[in-house]
Design a protein around this ligand. Sequence first.
Ligand code: COA
Length: 321
Amino acid sequence: MTYARIVGTGSYLPENVMTNQDLEKLVDTTDQWIRERTGIERRHISTGETTVDLAEQAARRAIDAAGLSPRDIDLIVFATSTPDKIFPSSACILQARLDIHGCPAFDIQAVCSGFVYALSVADKFIKTGSSKKVLVIGAEVFSKIINWQDRGTCILFGDGAGAVVLEASEETGILSTHIHSDGQYEDLLRVPYGIGDGFDQVRAGKGTVEMKGNEVFKIAVNTLGQIVDETLLANNMTKTDIDWLVPHQANIRIIKATARKLRMSMDQVVVTVNEHGNTSAASIPLALDAAVRDGRIQRDQILLLEAFGGGFTWGSALIRY
Ligand code: COA
């Protein structure tokens, strides 16, 4: 049996940091409110770097960590909701930057679940023998689609990029992936305008995130609880088999609810939301890279990745690292 095994991780954050105190100067909020309701203390905000700029750094680090060169990569799957251009895809722009030619490269748009979706697609390419070494990216500059006058959303998001290299292997790697969506909830979380209206509303400043945070929160907690059960059942595993939870970093209260459901101590949960905010598709690979590089995550451990986001979309991946 062929598995997709993670052989390298990398990440990159823009240098510029925006603290909760900085936000107090922009909107009617407080550091205390943001910490208590979200767990966020600061986030990195691009001062001109694009999604692909961030992704390139993360990708080079992941490829280096894998001991490979860019030319070894035979598929690029790039998750983002904030692509540099309408087209070419961010995957193709990155491919050119990395001087890779000819292999398939495409974007995936599943908002905060984008990385799990991308991992799921890459896993299937490897399992069917179509690809051997896949670069999977999650990268965003969400700061570009935020209404910086809306205190309900502008405090939550940050910019960044994370990447993994997957390699076809006889040793176990990704054990299963599970992805879902339900389009009926668009009104709760969306950027309401774009190409459909010829960008008229975007030009008028309305191309920004709208969210009914409280309602999103409740559905996210329930849905993530269900995906955890689905993932364990599919692998005939129990809660105690999981070594690390590497969750999408939207809100510390959502993360804690999932950890409680798994009866996991917070010591077994990789948390970066305090430092990064919600970086959408980038948040899981950023967290994964942090815990791999600081030695918390060790070979052979079982990792549960899970995410929930706009669409709604949600998903998980169970990995023997
Ligand atoms: N600072 C101070 N007060 C704020 C605020 C801010 N930044 N944002 C909202 N408030 C106020 C609201 O206006 C409201 O005031 P009111 O009671 O006078 O009407 C009050 O705080 C409570 O608002 P509510 O939206 O119910 O707060 P909450 O506890 O649900 O927290 C979120 C808000 C956004 C932090 C929370 O709902 C959340 O994280 N939701 C999930 C978001 C998410 O994960 N989205 C992405 C999915 S990937």
